[in-house]
Write a protein that binds this ligand. Structure first.
Ligand code: GLN
Length: 277
């Protein structure tokens, strides 16, 4: 083997200066169409030039900021493998906390009705539906492209108890009564400098930012949710670390009870929930 023949070990070592090593391993496995574990068992195998070139291209795009999930086309969420496209937000691990809090409020053996607003890849709706096969879940999104990705993810994960509806927030749900409504809406303030940094630059603006204080979508959801909730039904909303006070105040003002905020693993306010009285 020549001293510069491409091997997994050499390509990963070279990538280390440019991108996160865990991202590099995901991208190399993707370029080779192998599981990540293969890389470590075959670290010194000489790779083909075409595979090495494919990896170099992914590496350059990642170094320029493109999210890994857009480069590989998928992301793990909960127990699911979700297709991801630039029309959808990349599902975040923080959102699994919302799934846990929702499951704690959904009996396992009842035909409960659940809605996920602004479903994106379908992450929340599909995770809840997979854990509660008797539930009827409705997922809404205002983006037809995102809804197509979510629909494909239901098929990909063999989940049959989710219906997908095109429309903004609760508008496609008029006249229905749900036991639980969940949403991870956009909540970053318009013009926030983070929007022009890192992975966020590549994600859909309509999934990220919403109004001067970032709360426009949450205001609409809190206003319209009571009409679509059964008495005692739960509303759960993901939001920014500094929005807990504001979101609790909105829920209390709208007549919700048992209003509380849960913190993520970094001890930051993350999910606010309340129950229709
Ligand atoms: N519900 C999706 C998720 O949590 C999309 C959220 C969004 O686009 N704001 O990943």
């Amino acid at each position: 083997m020549t001293a510069d023949a491409p091997t997994a070990a050499r390509l990963l070592a070279r990538a280390r200066d440019l991108i996160d090593p865990a991202d590099a391993a995901l991208l190399l496995a993707h370029a080779l169409d192998r599981p990540r574990s293969w890389l470590f068992a075959h670290a010194d195998d000489v790779l083909g030039e075409v595979d090495a070139a494919r990896f170099d291209e992914l590496l350059a795009r990642r170094a320029a900021g493109e999210p890994v999930a857009y480069l590989t086309g998928s992301r793990g969420f909960w127990t699911l493998d979700l297709a991801v496209s630039p029309a959808t937000l990349v599902p975040r691990p923080e959102t699994e906390l919302l799934v846990e809090l929702a499951l704690a409020r959904l009996p396992a053996d009842a035909p409960v009705r659940v809605a996920d607003l602004g479903t994106g890849t379908g992450a929340i709706a599909l995770a809840l539906a997979s854990e509660r096969p008797r539930a009827q879940v409705v997922a809404t999104d205002a983006s037809p492209e995102a809804l197509e990705v979510a629909r494909g993810n239901a098929v990909r994960n063999r989940i049959g108890n989710v219906a997908f509806r095109l429309g903004s927030w609760l508008q496609p749900l008029e006249g229905e009564g749900f036991d639980l409504i969940a949403s991870n809406p956009p909540y970053i303030a318009d013009g926030d400098p983070h929007l022009s940094q890192g992975d966020l630059r590549f994600e859909p603006a309509m999934a990220l930012s919403c109004g001067l204080d970032g709360l426009d979508a949450i205001r609409i959801i809190v206003r319209d949710a009571p009409a679509c909730l059964q008495p005692g039904g739960w509303l759960l909303l993901e939001h920014g670390w500094d929005q807990g006070d504001a979101v609790r105040a909105l829920l209390v003002e709208a007549g919700f009870v048992d209003v509380a905020t849960a913190r993520d693993l970094e001890h930051r306010d993350r999910i606010t929930l309340g129950r229709r009285s």
